[in-house]
Design a protein around this ligand. Structure first.
Ligand code: PMP
Length: 408
């Protein structure tokens, strides 16, 4: 019997890993720093003060209404601009706070989080070649949305106070110089992530003056509108300034005010001629947002009880304790008047730039934070800074503060 002939030995050829086929417009943005820092936090068992979401649940009133909406069979697409009860709830709450009367159907568009509202406003409004002014450090959706629109972002830098402790400010001349013949819009985020700054009336008037002179639209991101901790610092929506109602798209969302960031229910409030721009994009991006969650959102906005004020009290105490702990170990801590973030200068500790410092913090101290250079057009501007989120349970903050003591 003849032996079977061995066939040719097949050596598996390694399959080359396909290179990511990412469109050019997204290449400069790379991967999300939030995913990177959260992965580092998980790997090292670090207390995660990096990404800005609470580690506790939202109010029962919202959950109950959403569950009821599911049981009642609200299972189909919502109206493109939002379920009527939510549009009405947003309009009523806006009017009750003295910010003006808006037609809920003509002037309010419900979106999938403020994130979608940002993208819809910028994509809906800007043509390729247009310019949008952005204060830096910035929430990175603004610049990514500008890139998607083929528009150019021009930056005005918020600078920390020379002596520490105060709030970030900007230079009026730098703001004026940022406006050009191509400027279509300016994004104003107040209270401001990541600095914790609450824009003053004078600052808003300065910006409004430039907008009114040139017909530039203000896109205002007010997601932290309820999270201000200073009694003398009211939230001032840009659209309430004289002449600005017709030039402002006001954006906000449910997530920050009610500890429901995962619901991704947001909205844009704007006069009909600007709502047209928001909806032009919204109808082709998501068309509509989760129906039962919109019912839940309406209930939360109509009957918040003390949920928002309790959240504010917790965050105020967290802010005070964290700021004191960071100061005690040698960081210069800047005033966080609003949001749930605090920025600090770590350079006195001599542990490298912001990325090196955050790596050290996660690996050796057991606390994860965000390196703010990712929020600047020129990363060097953020190299001495670090951002902490304080939207966590008191016990989580206790543990983070205990660990941060090791830095001293
Ligand atoms: N704007 C700012 C300034 C934010 O910080 C965030 C969330 N980090 C958003 C918008 C996104 O809001 P939402 O979760 O409602 O999409």
């Amino acid at each position: 019997m003849s032996q079977p002939q061995p066939g040719p030995v097949s050596v598996p050829t390694p399959t080359p890993t396909p290179t990511p086929r990412v469109a050019q417009r997204f290449v400069p943005f790379g991967g999300s720093i939030f995913a990177e820092m959260t992965a580092l936090a998980v790997k090292h068992g670090a207390v995660n003060l990096s990404q800005g979401f609470p580690d506790f649940d939202g109010p029962e009133v919202a959950k109950g209404a959403a569950i009821e909406a599911i049981r009642a069979g609200h299972a189909q697409y919502a109206r493109m601009m939002g379920v009527p009860t939510l549009n009405q709830a947003i309009a009523e709450s806006w009017a009750e706070r003295g910010f003006g009367v808006v037609d809920p159907d003509a002037c309010i568009t419900v979106t999938s989080g403020c994130s979608e509202a940002i993208v819809c406003s910028i994509l809906g409004l800007l043509n390729p070649g247009d310019e949008v002014i952005v204060f830096q450090p910035y929430f990175d959706f603004y610049t990514a949305a500008a890139a998607m629109a083929g528009a150019t972002a021009r930056f005005v830098t918020l600078r920390p106070p020379a002596s520490g402790n105060g709030a970030f400010t900007f230079d009026a001349g730098e703001l004026r110089r940022a406006f050009t013949a191509r400027t279509k819009a300016i994004v104003v985020n107040t209270p401001h992530n990541p600095t914790g700054k609450v824009f003053t009336r004078e600052e808003l008037e300065l910006i409004a003056g430039e907008c009114l002179k040139r017909g530039v639209v203000a896109i205002t991101d007010e997601v932290y509108e309820h999270l201000i901790y200073e009694p003398g610092m009211p939230h001032i929506p840009m659209c309430t300034l004289p002449g600005m109602q017709d030039l402002t798209i006001t954006l906000s969302s449910l997530g920050k005010s009610f500890s429901l960031t995962g619901w991704k229910i947001g909205w844009a409030i704007a006069p009909p001629h600007l709502t047209a721009a928001v909806r032009a994009a919204h109808q082709f991006i998501t068309f509509s947002s989760a129906t039962p969650l919109q019912h839940g959102a309406a209930a939360a906005i109509r009957s918040p009880g003390d949920s928002v004020s309790r959240l504010r009290e917790l965050f105020r105490s967290n802010r005070d304790r964290l700021s004191a702990a960071l100061t005690a170990v040698g960081l210069t801590v800047y005033a966080s008047h609003g949001t749930y973030f605090v920025m600090a200068d770590h350079s006195a500790l001599g542990l490298g730039d912001d990325r090196a410092f955050c790596r050290y913090l996660a690996e050796r101290v057991g606390v994860a934070a965000i390196p703010p250079s990712v929020f600047y057009s020129d990363p060097a501007l953020g190299k001495n800074l670090v951002r902490f989120a304080y939207c966590k349970k008191a016990e989580t903050m206790d543990e983070a503060i205990r660990r941060l003591g090791a830095l001293g």
